[in-house]
Design a protein around this ligand. Structure first.
Ligand code: GDP
Length: 295
């Protein structure tokens, strides 16, 4: 479906070429195809329908020049519209406070710990910051080990307390440690669960209430499709997070989750994970993701 979308559009609009405008009859069939394609890319139905209805309206009456094919014109229109729906511009992190507190939330396996390391590396190497990582997953000793290994790789200190089972106390002690040592960003990795769970939500809401983070980044696996949207909604209802991190976009997913999540929770996507290495992190560019979704 996604192969040669533009060719398909060109074919659908062949009759139109040189006729001056895109007509209702032609555009309706094509929009049906586009909607199917978006559903294949994991965009949820409501979002896909709203998008195609909107594009259809804008496409009608567009002047089709002889030098540019209707397919090209429509592809450009869709690209621009999708980018706008995903926020339009790059959303910067709010890192002016000293120290800036950043809370990382999400389900187990989403990529929280990996992202915490990547973010620390990004802030250190690209933003000239002095970050401290805080190991707040009190249930999985392996997660603490993992963060220490990552911190060692990138040269960022990691605050741990293996004797404590209290994530709020660990987070507060981490912040105090950062203040003492002049570290100006504190990244708090938190525990996850396999599924959304009341105990987990209560715990992370408590960490939020006590640490008063400047950024709460919700990390979600882009390969989980429709589930990603449901998880985002549940976390946002509870945490009112400030941004989304979509991981595992190096896989073969089209990334439609970006569009669905943005339209359902209306929070900016700030970063994408593109691999397991510490450098595999990109700022989220809506226009690039639009091209990826449209194929
Ligand atoms: P957590 O349970 O949320 O802390 O998840 P982890 O950070 O432990 O990540 C779970 C798995 O996903 C690990 O094997 C990571 O190496 C892997 N992972 C995390 N982010 C990415 C990514 O962007 N791309 C790929 N391919 N793997 C990732």
């Amino acid at each position: 479906m996604f192969e040669n979308l533009q060719d398909k559009l060109d074919r659908a609009f062949k009759v139109l070429k040189g006729q001056g405008s895109i007509t209702e009859i032609n555009v309706a069939e094509t929009m049906k195809e586009i909607r199917k394609a978006l559903l294949d890319a994991d965009v949820n139905y409501k979002t896909a329908k709203a998008f195609t209805d909107d594009v259809k309206e804008k496409a009608l009456g567009l002047n089709v020049l002889t030098s540019i094919s209707p397919g090209q014109l429509l592809t450009k229109l869709m690209n621009d519209e999708l980018a706008v729906l995903m926020g339009g511009t790059v959303e910067e992190l709010n890192i002016s406070a000293n120290p800036t507190i950043i809370l990382i939330a999400g389900l187990n396996g989403a990529g929280k710990t990996t992202f915490s390391g990547k973010l620390a590396n990004y802030l250190l190497t690209k933003k000239n910051k002095k970050p401290l990582l805080v190991a707040g997953d009190v249930y999985r000793p392996a997660a603490i080990d993992q963060l220490e290994v990552l911190g060692g790789q990138i040269g960022v200190p990691v605050y741990t307390d293996r004797t404590s089972k209290d994530p709020v106390a660990i987070a507060m002690a981490g912040i105090a440690e950062a203040k003492k040592n002049g570290q100006n960003v504190v990244i708090i990795d938190t525990a996850g669960r396999l599924a959304i769970d009341e105990g987990l939500m209560k715990e992370i809401a408590e960490v939020k209430a006590q640490t008063k983070p400047h950024e709460i980044l919700f990390v979600v696996d882009s390969m989980t499709g429709q589930d990603a949207v449901n998880t985002a909604k549940a976390f946002n209802d509870r945490l009112d997070f400030s941004g989304v991190v979509l991981t595992k976009l190096d896989g073969d997913t089209r990334g439609g989750a970006a569009l669905s999540i943005k339209s359902v929770v209306n929070k900016p996507i700030k970063f994408i994970g593109t691999g397991e290495k510490m450098e595999a992190l990109d700022v989220f560019y809506p226009d690039r993701m639009a091209s990826r979704i449209l194929g």
